[in-house]
Design a protein around this ligand. Structure first.
Ligand code: SAM
Length: 210
């Protein structure tokens, strides 16, 4: 049992379970059980306290992780950063698929802790960070377009340093990405707390040629 993570679940409950996300059964994660009550959990959060995004495996994370596991050539031998790693599912898939270095990046220290615990659970290696490293070959980003500041940063970073492989769950109110689709993958959040959309679209944002 990952006790250092349990203490940060607050109103979301105190039990994490070892679970295999349906799209990526080859990976195991510490996640909440199916009985989690998202609404009450959010209502009881203190002002400014972030929900435990890392205790769910979001539909986008699963879809991008599946794509990487099925296309290991996209990451093999590369220095990879997973922006907004949450549970670390995408970073773990990159490590499993043969990336030479994987950095799981998240603002939330509990997410970074979860990514490390989940790496241990799967016998995989990754580093964690709260800011972007100076050097990377490929950025992975699942479900990070819901906030305008971060969205603008992602597209700016892609133009200057890309490429970025992006997974978007097509949330209502989020502007659509104006790029050709790389893949369209049916996927739900696990445990399923918020999946009004049943599909995730993957895009590649290329580095702008100079
Ligand atoms: C919806 S979750 C997605 C998690 C994971 N990528 C997945 O798909 O399962 C978004 C994550 O982005 C992180 N995040 C939000 N803003 C961020 C920022 N500016 N820099 C790094 N991480 C950020 C949150 O803490 C959260 O873990």
């Amino acid at each position: 049992m990952s006790t250092d993570l349990q203490t940060h679940l607050g109103a979301f409950g105190r039990r994490l379970e070892r679970r295999r996300p349906p799209l990526c059964p080859e990976l195991e994660l510490w996640l909440l059980g199916d009985s989690v009550d998202l609404e009450s959990g959010c209502e009881e959060l203190a002002d400014g306290e972030a929900p435990p995004f890392w205790a769910f495996c979001w539909g986008s994370g699963q879809a991008l992780a599946r794509y990487i596991l099925d296309h290991p050539e996209r990451v093999r031998g590369r220095h990879v950063v997973d922006l907004g790693t949450g549970s670390g599912i995408v970073a773990l898939a990159a490590a499993r698929a043969g990336a030479s270095e994987v950095i799981a990046l998240d603002l939330d220290p509990q997410s970074r802790c979860a990514a490390r615990r989940n790496a241990e659970l799967n016998g995989l290696e990754l580093q964690t960070a709260f800011r972007t490293p100076a050097r990377w070959d490929l950025m992975l980003a699942a479900d990070v377009l819901y906030e305008t500041g971060l969205r603008n940063w992602v597209f700016g970073e892609a133009r200057q340093r890309g490429p970025i492989l992006l997974a978007d769950p097509l949330r209502t109110g989020t502007p659509r990405v104006d790029l050709p689709e790389l893949a369209h993958i049916p996927s739900l959040t696990f445990p399923d707390v918020d999946s009004p959309q049943k599909n995730v679209v993957l895009y590649e944002i290329p580095r702008r040629s100079r």
